[in-house]
Design a protein around this ligand. Structure first.
Ligand SMILES: Cc1cc2nc3c(=O)[nH]c(=O)nc-3n(C[C@H](O)[C@H](O)[C@H](O)COP(=O)(O)OP(=O)(O)OC[C@H]3O[C@@H](n4cnc5c(N)ncnc54)[C@H](O)[C@@H]3O)c2cc1C
Length: 390
């Protein structure tokens, strides 16, 4: 039986992927797939051998839902509507005669003596006390969920909870007037770390966003939280170019475009408006031509291009996708079954675990994988109890 505290099942699926539901990602090699998870990649690597994106695709196809792949690898239903995914789950539940109960929040769970199962207390008077052989918690983020304390009381470790996948706030004159400007490929990192994350970047009214920043926020989620979202980041605006190739490009401009204003001739693919701001930072933002670029200015321009530092003061929720990093510690869970190693007959699936992925369908895939392993094990072990001949 499935219990849901709100009045509708699958609300997050409904709003996911901008209403289109980015179901999974076209990455079919467990080792490579696991690389997309800042937390959880080791146990997931093995779990993906049991259920991976190909299995997700097949499961939906068998139920009449075809998925399509976008050029960046994200997979969506061909209908481009998350309702297709919701309808599929709900009709499958009906077909399998699985009872669905909404407006029923689990408030307390007590293991019965001698591993006899669970006594569950819900806030709905019709289900005030339920006995169950097995309990699977798929309750999403444990942030502000009262089950967190109960899990701790049972002996589980809860890895610190923090938001992941957010944009960063930054008020800096170099960005003023540039809201809406997108850069094809940058690399960003915390200024005091060597780790760098590549991808498109978007300048917003509040600061910086886009896939590169979301990647940074995911991989460094805990560092950002420890620093209360006040830290410095460094942006390399042209990561595909080495310092030597940039120097060669400056030299080429001096020769071929000597009389042209520096700020009017941006290196590809930098947007001109951004280039003009960067030139101003390096003191060559006036109508100065390339043949008057001094060595000091060239050094400063180079520094600005490869490592512009920005002070971050806060974060903004990314509306398209966000997750909580942290949750039930992975050492407390047997990933072959998703059963707790501490409390028998207790299973976990999805975001309540200390697992999170970058954007692109990876978070749902982790949820499908852990849920399918848990469900299969619960079904098999329950069938064995009911019919020991099996
Ligand atoms: C705006 C947004 C868009 C997203 N888009 C994508 C995307 O396109 N692709 C992707 O891969 N990921 C996406 N994600 C992330 C993805 O939604 C989550 O990783 C995923 O939903 C986790 O599934 P879950 O079942 O663990 O948790 P949830 O989907 O959060 O479901 C948990 C359910 O448990 C219920 N619940 C909680 N406590 C109790 C209780 N005590 N008793 C009864 N019920 C309870 C909740 O009401 C909820 O319905 C998105 C997230 C957001 C916020």
């Amino acid at each position: 039986m499935l219990f849901e505290q709100s009045n509708r099942f699958l609300q997050k699926v409904r709003i996911s992927g901008g209403g289109r539901c980015n179901v999974t990602h076209a990455c079919f090699e467990p080792q490579r797939l696991a690389q997309h998870y800042p937390r959880g990649r080791n146990p997931l690597r093995a779990a993906f051998h049991r259920w991976q994106p190909k299995d997700t695709m097949r499961w939906f196809a068998e139920r009449g839902v075809e998925l399509k792949t976008e050029p960046d690898g994200r997979m969506f239903p061909t209908s481009d509507s998350s309702e297709t995914i919701i309808d599929c789950f709900l009709s499958e539940a009906q077909r399998q005669r699985i009872a669905l109960q909404t407006r029923c929040a689990l408030q307390h769970c007590e293991p019965l003596p001698e591993q006899a199962g669970w006594q569950l207390h819900f806030d709905n008077p019709a289900f005030a006390l339920v006995k169950a052989r097995k309990l699977c918690l798929a309750v999403g983020s444990l942030k502000s969920n009262n089950l967190q304390r109960q899990l701790e009381a049972l002996g589980h470790t809860i890895a610190p909870l923090a938001p992941s996948l957010f944009a960063v706030n930054c008020s800096d004159r170099r960005l003023s007037g540039l809201a809406g400007v997108a850069v094809e490929n940058v690399s960003v990192g915390l200024a005091d770390s060597k780790r760098r994350y590549q991808g498109p970047l978007l300048i917003t009214h509040r600061g910086l966003s886009g896939p590169a920043v979301l990647r940074l926020s995911a991989w460094e989620a805990r560092v950002f939280a420890e620093r209360n979202y006040h830290t410095s980041i460094a942006v390399n605006w042209l990561p595909q170019q080495s310092s030597a190739s940039l120097e060669a490009w400056f030299e080429q401009q001096r020769i071929e475009n000597g009389n042209k204003a520096i700020h009017n001739t941006p290196p590809s693919p930098l947007p001109k408006r951004l280039w003009q701001k960067l030139c101003a930072t390096a003191n060559c933002g006036d109508a100065r031509p390339w043949n008057q670029l001094t060595k000091a200015m060239a050094r400063q321009l180079m520094e600005t291009l490869v490592s512009s530092q920005f002070s971050i003061s806060g974060k903004t929720t990314n509306k398209d996708e966000f997750v909580t990093c942290g949750g039930v510690a992975l050492k407390d869970v047997d990933f072959r079954t998703m059963e707790s190693k501490i409390t028998p007959n207790l299973y976990f699936a999805g975001e309540c675990l200390d697992i999170d992925g970058i954007t692109g369908g990876f978070n749902f895939q982790a949820a499908w994988t852990t849920a399918s392993i848990a469900a299969k094990n619960i079904a098999e072990s329950t069938a064995q109890v009911l019919n020991p001949q099996l």
